[in-house]
Write a protein that binds this ligand. Structure first.
Ligand code: GTP
Ligand code: MG
Length: 350
């Protein structure tokens, strides 16, 4: 019998458990068993928990045994073949081609998909079963989707502007947020709109404002926007609606910038529809980000698509957190605070 050390490692993720294993046993350990569970009552609500049982052979290393030179050559030859095989696999996505294809089928940009798989193989123990690989991939995917908690609006006034292309749901999303904060959270909410571009645009928000019971002002100039903000400075939350703009129309974007320069909002949310093609979403992000200080993303119309890779692509391209997703036309219910695990599930077709 060889003397062995066997030890259990527990972490919140596979990555964490493997890191502990490596810190204690180095790279020589053999994984005997892995298990995923949740802590807490019934294992239902607790934090995810990953357990690894690993063994380390602590037999003293043989000191220079006599080696037959032809045996050694054979061994070297075999080693070269194994190395060659590994190298040829790592050129593409190796044994995880099917996971790669799953991501790309979900419209994750191929570059992003390759990147996620690289990150996965870095933390995945060798010879892991496919289910383990899929679970680790989901964890990594969820980590890539940065989110922010909803505002608690405990102090000061939060000024938030929504911008984006036409028809993505900016006005509807403002109505949903306003209703949730005014009616459910009992906060003081004010609405301002500078959308005087489209006929009846202001009417649409005015109707919502009346139903929800919050004040609305329509402003026509950057100066008027600043004055309106001053009048509403006792509100907990001021939401600014803007006219939908094309990323190609530099004049319209400059006009929007002039308004936001006066407003100096705490947050500028770019609103994108989940039905937007990734390449267009990237162009929209570049066009708006070149002019406006975007610092949040909202993705609408999750109910109108069945491939969600665009959400990851947009989050990574903008490099700012996702605040909300919306899932239908009903005000106020069809809005959710973004949940990375849920989005990772959607992207992986769960
Ligand atoms: N299916 C679905 N429809 C939505 C969602 N959010 C908004 N809509 C619909 O999208 C349409 C456009 O919504 P608006 O809120 O007017 O969009 P907007 O971005 O303000 O449009 P402009 O001001 O013209 O740029 C409306 O019919 C909304 O009901 C959503 O999450 N899912
Ligand atoms: Mg609108």
């Amino acid at each position: 019998m060889f003397p062995m050390r066997v030890k259990r490692f527990v972490g919140k993720s596979m990555k964490e458990a493997v890191a502990q294993l490596k810190a204690t046993f180095g790279d020589e350990a053999v994984i005997l068993h892995t298990k995923r569970s949740r802590s807490g009552p019934f294992g239902l609500f607790g934090r995810p928990r990953v357990e690894i049982i690993a063994a380390l052979d602590v037999a003293p290393k043989p000191t220079s045994p006599p080696v037959n030179s032809s045996e050694l050559q054979l061994l070297q030859q075999e080693l070269r073949e194994v190395k060659g095989l590994l190298a040829s696999q790592s050129k593409e996505t190796g044994p995880w081609q099917s996971l790669y294809e799953e991501l790309v089928a979900g419209e994750v940009d191929p570059k992003n998909a390759k990147d996620l798989l690289d990150k996965m193989t870095q933390v995945l123990p060798p010879l892991s079963p496919p289910e383990e690989a899929a679970a680790v991939l989901k964890e990594i995917l969820a980590e890539e989707i940065r989110v922010v908690p909803p505002w608690n609006l405990a102090e000061g006034t939060r000024v938030v502007a929504l911008v984006g292309p036409t028809g993505v749901g900016k006005t509807t999303t403002i109505a949903k947020i306003a209703a949730n904060y005014a009616l459910l959270a009992k906060r003081r909410v004010s609405l301002l709109t500078m959308d005087t571009y489209r006929i009846a645009a202001a009417e649409q928000l005015k109707t919502y404002a009346e139903i929800i019971g919050v004040p609305l002002e329509v402003v026509f100039t950057p100066q008027a926007l600043r004055e309106a903000l001053e009048r509403h400075k006792h509100s907990d939350l001021i939401l600014i609606d803007t006219a939908g703009r094309s990323q190609h129309n530099k004049m319209h974007l400059a006009e929007l910038k002039a308004f936001l320069d006066q407003a100096q909002p705490d947050e500028v949310h770019l609103v994108l529809s989940a039905t937007t093609k990734t390449r267009d979403a990237m162009e929209i992000i570049d066009g708006f980000a070149a002019v406006l200080p975007l610092n949040r993303l909202i993705i609408t119309k999750l109910d109108e698509t069945s491939s969600y890779g665009m959400i990851l692509n947009a989050c990574r391209h903008l490099g700012q957190p996702l605040a909300y997703v919306t899932t239908g036309q009903s005000v106020p219910e069809d809005i959710e605070v973004a949940d990375p695990n849920k989005i990772a599930d959607l992207i992986l077709g769960g």
